[in-house]
Design a protein around this ligand. Structure first.
Ligand code: UDP
Length: 354
């Protein structure tokens, strides 16, 4: 069996690192195609180096374009390569333009498609990722859902065949790399960070970065918290901050702006911080798994379980300070994302589809 995996963005490299290793153990031959969506060393190369993900067999080098142009060019190149590779299955992750391009090409070439992290819904179609998720799920023959809620969302859209509740591959990643992070990461020492004495913030969704009033309000409110904020800045957020003339917020004692960090460093920051402030999908989950309270700067989330169990709160920039001051998550944190066996289950199911 030959599978072609299409990757392009940071969270996909992290998820694929554990699944690729499980596919290899199951004797499944994998070709990796990197679309280039995330391209610089801190957003791409570092994950391949640290996480033992095999080097991509093909690199399409497509990035820094608007959604339509990016997806279209990816489709053109992917079709070319997939016609050569002739895989039995195509595998895509999550909800990026690389996911969508891979799904559309799979459908056009009539190659069965496996979607890892299927069934997530924010129910906000203004969010580019939501459209990518819906289309990809409707084109997939195998849908690997991380949670019962994801299975339910698929059912409501009439998708029941090929759906497998396997748990979340990010749980597998954390369990796989947590010990290595503790042994090798020097990030806490490098920035002289004391456990529970800093907040960790990440912001990159267009709904937060593309409006200067909203972005300046977020930065302004980050400066008002009771502890300083470590802020590994996504390149597009950095570019927006510079373009909007908001860089002065980064030169205060309250915000420690640092370049994007490796996954191992991120696990350490997430584990040691007092709370996480984010608009990331993956980081909401990681905060929960690592037992840190999370404040999500969004109107809705596709990771609703974390809110329902009381460990994640949706907040607005203006309510952040108040929300943090009053936030006491419950002592219980039920298992929401599986036992860390999602990758093995995925490999087994794909392997059984001859
Ligand atoms: N991440 C990282 N370094 C960073 C910021 C994030 O390794 O500087 C990891 C994080 O731990 C998580 C993933 O990247 O596993 C989340 O990616 P991102 O927030 O870019 O995307 P989203 O999950 O929102 O799609």
């Amino acid at each position: 069996m030959k599978i072609a995996t299409i990757l392009g963005a940071r969270p996909q490299f992290i998820k694929a690192s554990v699944v690729s290793s499980a596919l290899k153990s199951a004797g499944i031959y994998e070709k990796i195609i990197h679309t280039g969506q995330h391209f610089d060393s801190l957003m791409s190369d570092i994950f391949f180096q640290d996480l033992g993900l095999p080097e991509p067999d093909y690199h399409l080098n497509i990035h820094s374009l608007n959604h339509g142009a990016m997806t279209g060019r990816m489709m053109e190149k992917l079709e070319e390569f997939l016609l050569q590779v002739k895989p039995d299955w195509i595998c895509v992750y999550g909800d990026t333009n690389s996911t969508l391009a891979g799904a559309l090409v799979a459908a056009k070439l009539c190659i069965p498609l496996a979607h890892i992290e299927a069934g997530l819904r924010s129910f906000n179609r203004q969010m580019p990722e939501e459209v990518n998720r819906v289309v990809t799920d409707h084109l997939s023959q195998l849908l690997f859902a991380p949670t019962p809620l994801a299975v339910e969302c698929l059912q409501k859209e009439g998708i029941v065949e090929g759906v497998h509740l396997v748990g979340d591959v990010m749980m597998d990643s954390i369990l796989t790399y947590q010990a290595k992070a503790k042994q090798t990461s020097e990030i806490l020492v490098k920035y002289q960070l004391q456990p529970n004495k800093f907040y960790l913030a990440t912001i990159h969704r267009p709904s937060n970065t593309d409006d200067s009033h909203r972005l300046s309000s977020i930065l302004d409110n980050l400066t008002k918290l009771d502890f300083s904020v470590v802020f590994p800045i996504h390149p597009r957020t950095q570019a927006k901050i510079e373009k909007m003339g908001l860089s002065h917020y980064l030169n205060t004692n309250s915000i420690l702006a640092i370049p994007p960090v490796s996954y191992l460093d991120m696990l350490m920051l997430e584990s040691a911080c007092k709370a996480v402030i984010t608009d990331s999908g993956g980081i909401q989950k990681e905060a929960y798994i690592l037992g840190r309270p999370c404040l999500t700067l969004r109107n809705e989330t596709e990771w609703k379980e974390t809110v329902e169990v009381g460990w994640n709160q949706l907040v607005q920039p203006e309510t952040l300070c108040q929300a943090i001051a009053n936030f006491t998550p419950p002592s219980e944190a039920p298992t929401l994302y599986g036992e860390g066996k999602a990758s093995a289950k995925i490999a087994e199911i794909i392997g059984s589809c001859t």
